[in-house]
Write a protein that binds this ligand. Structure first.
Ligand code: GSH
Length: 171
């Protein structure tokens, strides 16, 4: 059985969508981010970074959403090609989300939504960079049906869960 510690956010959705696509049985343990449950000792014992999502799969703890998606794909042999080139393409577009789309949109949210002070250069920087990354995705999806090529993979799930919130980020 897989236990999923999560909240309704893009990084949380990535794991929920993947579990649903794979049809794996799992239990959800909602984490109240506003109440700071992700900083409590019992949560930090699972993820020292104090952030959702985390899964515990038969006693194995996995944190970082990208690592969780890879774990689930490799465990089932689905949502990621097993040939080296297809696997690498999937990881490239997953890393593109983990290192680019997620952090840029996350900072766009912080500066345009959550901060009381308005610092326009930071808002512009993160919204423009998010938009630039969307254009990279758009071009890629103009030449292939899915990010990694012909196969639907965890890279599509990861990017979609963030990009679908474009309006909230003001992009
Ligand atoms: N790189 C991490 C980022 C996780 C992350 O930023 N989670 C957010 C919600 S989307 C969170 O837990 N925020 C609460 C906090 O920072 O205290 C991952 O992909 O798992």
């Amino acid at each position: 059985m897989i236990d999923l510690y999560t909240s309704p956010t893009p990084n949380g959705w990535k794991v929920s969508v993947t579990l649903e696509e794979l049809g794996l049985p799992y239990r959800v343990f909602p984490i109240d981010l506003g109440a700071g449950e992700q900083k409590r000792p019992e949560f930090l014992a699972m993820n020292p970074n104090g952030r959702i999502p985390v899964i515990v799969d038969d006693g194995v703890v996995v944190f970082e959403s990208g690592a969780i998606l890879i774990w689930l794909a490799e465990k089932t042999g689905r949502l990621m090609p097993t040939d080296p080139v297809g696997r690498s393409r999937t990881l490239q577009w997953l890393m593109f989300q983990m290192g680019g789309v997620g952090p840029m949109m996350g900072q766009a949210n912080v500066f345009s939504r959550y901060w009381h002070e308005v610092y326009q250069p930071a808002i512009d920087r993160y919204q423009n960079e998010s938009r630039r990354l969307f254009e990279v995705l758009d071009r890629r999806l103009g030449e292939a049906p899915y990010l990694a090529g012909d196969d639907y993979t965890i890279a599509d799930i990861a990017n979609w869960c963030w990009v679908r919130t474009w309006r909230w980020s003001g992009v």
